[in-house]
Ligand binder design. Structure first.
Ligand code: C2E
Ligand code: CA
Ligand code: CA
Length: 765
C-alpha cells in the first residue's frame, strides 16, 4: 500500500515539476507566479515524501515541521495566484494590500513556530507507526494548541481563496464564470480530501496526489483556455504579426488572455511602457462599441538616455457572429522606422548638397508664409551664378559644389530676419524675405562676398540677383520664381549690374523671344534673313573690306537688327543654322566679287555656340570646294569666350581654319574676358577693338592710353588692328595717331544692304 502511494506521489511530483518548467518556457505574464506556485508544491510534496521514511525522531520532527510550514506558503502563493489569475488586469500593477502583509507576517511566525517544534515540541509530537513486519509506515502525530493556530491560519487562507473564487465565479458571466469555477472545483475537492485525512487520522495524506490534478487544471486554465469565440479571430491577427512585434490580447473585460514572448519580455522590464499600455487600453475600452474600431497612439520613452518611440495599435476583435469579443494590441519600437522616415522626409524636401529646401518645398513654404501673413509685404529674390557650367568645366564639379555651398550660406537669418531659402536648380537659388528687411546694397555685398569663401581659383564668380515684389499673395509661387529669374535675364552678362527688378515688360520680352523661335524656321525657308554690309576703311579712308551683319526682314515686324533676335537663337542653339546661311551667302558675294575683279574682303561672325552644333572646319572646307573665292578674302571673327576655355578642340578648329587660308580675327577685344594671354596662346591675324569700351570708361585719357597700348602690343606681336564703332572724326584722328590700321563705324558708313553697298562703294570704281 505504502509503495503504491509513494509511487503516486512521485508521479504527482514529476508532473508538477514538468508543468512548472513548461510554464516558465511559456514566457507569459503568469509564468513567474505559476512557477513559484509549482515550485512550492513540489517542495511540499518532496518534504512530505521525506516524512514517510524513518531517520529517527529528531529528523522526523524537522521534516514534519518543514512540510507543515510549506503548506502555509503553498496556500499563500495560491491565493496570490488566484488574485493575478482573476484580476481585472491588463498588466501587472503593484497593489500590495495590507492584508497581504498580515498574511506574510503570520506565515513567517507560524513557520518559525513549526520549525522550533523540533526543539521545544510545543506544537506536535510524533510516534512511529510500525507494521507487523516491523517496518516504519508513517509518523502518528499528536497535536497541541499551537498546531491548531497553524490549522486556523491555513483554513483562513483556504476560506479566503474559496470565497474569492466563488465571488469571482458569480460576478462573471459565460466563459469566465466557467473558468473560475473550473479552478474552484479541484481546489475544494483537494481541501475536503485533506480535512478527511485529518479527521479520520489516515496514515497517508491522499490530497497530495491531487496537487498534480490541481496543477494541471491551473496550467490549462492559465495558458490554454481562451474564449473560443475570440480564439479564431485572435489567431488570424497573431498570424499576421512578426516576432518583432509585441502582441497582447484582451477579452471584453480588458483581461489579458494572450501575450506573445516579445511583448512579455518588454512589459516585464519596462514599467514605463507597461503603464502606458495600461492607460491606452483603458482609453480604448472606453470607446468600445462606439466610434472607434481601432486606435493608434505613439509615445516617446527615455531609455538609458536614448529616446525611443513606441506605437500602440489597438483594434477591436469580433467573434464569428460579429459580436464584440475583445481587443488586440500590437505595440512596436518604431524608433528606427521613424528616424528613417524623418530622414526620407528630409531627403525628399531638401537639397542634399546645400541642406536648403528643394524647389517643391520652397514653393510650399513660401505659399504658406504668404497666406499666413497677408498684411506683410514680401520680396521674392532669385540668384543665378554666371557661367556656372563653365566654372564646372574649368575647375571641376568639386569646386562647383564648393561654390554652391558658399552661396547657400550667403543669407543668414540674423541679417534678413525670418526668411525662406531654397535651391531651385543647379546654380539657381531663391529667397523670400520681408520687404522691411530688404537692403539691396547689403544683398549685393553678400552676393559679392561669396567669392571670398572660395579660395585658390583664379576666377571671378559673379552672382546675379533678380527681385520680384509680390503684390498678390495668392499668385502661383512658381510664377513668382520665374519672374524673379526673368529679372536676372535683363542683366545677365553685364559687368556692372548685379541686381535687377522684375517689371511687366520683361514678360513682353519673353513672349517676343518665344515668337522669334517660333518664326525662325519659316524665316530661314522663306529667305527672310539678309546680309547688311558695313565697310572697313584704311587710314586714307579708302574702303578695303566689310563686315557681314545679319538683318531679319520680318513680314510683320519689319527689318530687325541682331539685338532683337540673336540672343534667343544663341540660347536655343538655332544660331548655327542662321550662321551657316549667312556664311554661304557671304561666300557667294565674295565669289561674285572675284569674277568682277573686286578685291574687298568680307568679315563674317561665328557664334561660340556654332562649335557645339556643327563641324565648323568641315563646313568651311566644303564652302571652299563649292565656290570660287580666295580664302584670304574671308575674315572669320571669333569672340574671346570661344577660346577662353582653351580646350584642345578650339585650338584644332582655329588652326585648321588658318591652314585653309582664312584670316582669323579676335572680335570685341576690350570687352568681356579680354586678356593678353589669349593673344599669346592663339595665332590671330587681326585684333578687333570695340570703341564701346572707350564710351564706358569715364576717364577718357586713361581709356585712350589703354587703346594705345593695345595697338602697340598688337603691333609688336605682328597683329593687324581694326577698331569698330568709330563715330566721330576726332576718334578717327586719335586712332590714326595711335597707329590703328583699319576703321569701321558710323563715321564712315552704317551697315547697309548689299545693293546699296555695291552702289555706294564698289560701282564708283
Ligand atoms: P559685332 O560683330 O560687334 O558687330 C558690330 C556691331 O556694331 C553691329 O551691330 C554694327 O551695326 C554696330 N556698329 C557698327 N558701327 C557702329 C558705330 O559706329 N556705332 C555703334 N553704336 N554701333 C556700330 P549689329 O549689326 O546690330 O550686330 C550686333 C551683333 O550681332 C554683332 O556684333 C555680332 O556679334 C552679332 N551678329 C550680327 N550678325 C551676325 C551673324 O551673322 N552671325 C553671328 N553669329 N552674329 C552676328
Ligand atoms: Ca563682329
Ligand atoms: Ca564686334
Amino acid at each position: 500500500m505504502k509503495f503504491y502511494f509513494l509511487l503516486l506521489l512521485a508521479i504527482s511530483l514529476s508532473h508538477i515539476l514538468s508543468v512548472t518548467v513548461l510554464a516558465l518556457r511559456k514566457n507569459s505574464v503568469f509564468s513567474r507566479s505559476f512557477a513559484f506556485l509549482g515550485g512550492m508544491a513540489s517542495f511540499s510534496v518532496s518534504s512530505y515524501i521525506v516524512t514517510l521514511f524513518y531517520f529517527g525522531e529528531k529528523a522526523g520532527l524537522v521534516t514534519a515541521g518543514v512540510f507543515f510550514a510549506s503548506l502555509d506558503w503553498l496556500l499563500l502563493l495560491f491565493l496570490n495566484y488566484v488574485f493575478i489569475f482573476t484580476r481585472n488586469q491588463n498588466v501587472q500593477r503593484k497593489n500590495i494590500s495590507q492584508l497581504k502583509n498580515i498574511y506574510f507576517v503570520a506565515g513567517t511566525l507560524d513557520t518559525v513556530s513549526l520549525l522550533l517544534n523540533a526543539i521545544f515540541k510545543h506544537a506536535f509530537l510524533i510516534n512511529p507507526s510500525i507494521d507487523n513486519a516491523g517496518d516504519f509506515i508513517c509518523w502518528i502525530y499528536s497535536f497541541k494548541l499551537p498546531y491548531n493556530l497553524h490549522l486556523i491560519f491555513c483554513y483562513i487562507i483556504v476560506l479566503h481563496i474559496v470565497l474569492y473564487l466563488v465571488y469571482r465565479t458569480f460576478t462573471n458571466k459565460g466563459f469566465y464564470r466557467r473558468k473560475y469555477f473550473s479552478l474552484l472545483m479541484p481546489f475544494v475537492f483537494l481541501i475536503i480530501l485533506n480535512v478527511v485525512f485529518i479527521l479520520f487520522k489516515w496514515n497517508f495524506d491522499y490530497s497530495l496526489i491531487f496537487y498534480a490534478v490541481l496543477g494541471a487544471a491551473v496550467f490549462y486554465l492559465t495558458f490554454y483556455s481562451i474564449p473560443l469565440y475570440v480564439e479564431r479571430e485572435m489567431r488570424i491577427n497573431i498570424a499576421s504579426c512578426t516576432e518583432e512585434e509585441c502582441i497582447v490580447c484582451y477579452d471584453l473585460e480588458g483581461k489579458v488572455f494572450y501575450v506573445n514572448p516579445h511583448a512579455n519580455e518588454i512589459l516585464e522590464k519596462r514599467a514605463d511602457i507597461r503603464d502606458k499600455v495600461g492607460d491606452c487600453q483603458e482609453q480604448f475600452i472606453l470607446s468600445y462599441g462606439r466610434a472607434s474600431q481601432s486606435s493608434t497612439w505613439q509615445y516617446k520613452f527615455e531609455n538609458d538616455g536614448n529616446v525611443e518611440i513606441y506605437s500602440f495599435d489597438f483594434k477591436v476583435l469580433y467573434d464569428s457572429k460579429g459580436r464584440l469579443a475583445g481587443s488586440f494590441l500590437k505595440f512596436e519600437d518604431k524608433t528606427q522606422e521613424i528616424l528613417q522616415l524623418k530622414q526620407q522626409q528630409y531627403n525628399a524636401t531638401h537639397d542634399l548638397l546645400t541642406g536648403l529646401y528643394n524647389s517643391q518645398t520652397f514653393s510650399e513654404k513660401v505659399h504658406d508664409e504668404l497666406i499666413e501673413n497677408p498684411e506683410e509685404e514680401y520680396l521674392l529674390i532669385a540668384t543665378d551664378i554666371e557661367n556656372f557650367k563653365l566654372i564646372n568645366d574649368l575647375f571641376g564639379p568639386k569646386r562647383g559644389d564648393e561654390i554652391l555651398k558658399c552661396q547657400a550660406s550667403m543669407f543668414s537669418e540674423k541679417k534678413y530676419g525670418k526668411c525662406i531659402y531654397g535651391r531651385i536648380s543647379a546654380d539657381k537659388f531663391a529667397l523670400l524675405i520681408r520687404e522691411s528687411k530688404f537692403n539691396p546694397d547689403e544683398l549685393i555685398a553678400d552676393a559679392k562676398s561669396v567669392q571670398n569663401g572660395i579660395k585658390e581659383i583664379d576666377y571671378q564668380v559673379k552672382i546675379y540677383l533678380g527681385v520680384y515684389r509680390i503684390s498678390d499673395n495668392h499668385e502661383n509661387v512658381q510664377n513668382m520664381i520665374d519672374k524673379a529669374f526673368l529679372a536676372i535675364r535683363k542683366i545677365y552678362g553685364s559687368y556692372e549690374k548685379t541686381l535687377a527688378y522684375y517689371d511687366s515688360s520683361l514678360i513682353d520680352d519673353l513672349m517676343l523671344r518665344q515668337r522669334v523661335l517660333n518664326d525662325f524656321q519659316n524665316a530661314i525657308n522663306r529667305s527672310e534673313f539678309c546680309i547688311y554690309l558695313q565697310g572697313q576703311f584704311d587710314r586714307n579712308q579708302k574702303l578695303i573690306g566689310c563686315e557681314s551683319l545679319t538683318r531679319w526682314n520680318h513680314p510683320e515686324r519689319g527689318m530687325l537688327s541682331p539685338s532683337e533676335f540673336m540672343e534667343p537663337l544663341e540660347k536655343s542653339g538655332f544660331i548655327y543654322r542662321l550662321d551657316d546661311y549667312i556664311w554661304e551667302s557671304s561666300v557667294k558675294i565674295l565669289s561674285e566679287w572675284k569674277q568682277k575683279g573686286i578685291s574687298a574682303y568680307i568679315s563674317i561672325n561665328i557664334s561660340p555656340r556654332d562649335f557645339y552644333h556643327i563641324d565648323v572646319l568641315g563646313r568651311f572646307r566644303e564652302l571652299l570646294q563649292k565656290y570660287d573665292f580666295d580664302p584670304e578674302k574671308l575674315n572669320i571673327e571669333i569672340t574671346e569666350t570661344q577660346v577662353v576655355s582653351k580646350d584642345e578642340e578650339s585650338f584644332v578648329i582655329i588652326n585648321g581654319l588658318k591652314e585653309l587660308g582664312f584670316c582669323i580675327e579676335l572680335d570685341d577685344f576690350g570687352c568681356g574676358y579680354s586678356s593678353f594671354k589669349t593673344l599669346e596662346d592663339f595665332d590671330f591675324d587681326v585684333l578687333k577693338i570695340d570703341m564701346e569700351f572707350l564710351h564706358t570708361c569715364k576717364d577718357t585719357a586713361k581709356a585712350q592710353n589703354i587703346i594705345r597700348s593695345i595697338i602697340k602690343m598688337a603691333k609688336t606681336l605682328g597683329i593687324k588692328t581694326v577698331t569698330e564703332g568709330v563715330e566721330q572724326k576726332s576718334q578717327f584722328d586719335f586712332l590714326c595717331e595711335a597707329g590703328c590700321d583699319v576703321f569701321q563705324g558710323y563715321f564712315f558708313s552704317k551697315p547697309i544692304s548689299v545693293e546699296e553697298f555695291t552702289e555706294k562703294f564698289l560701282e564708283e570704281k
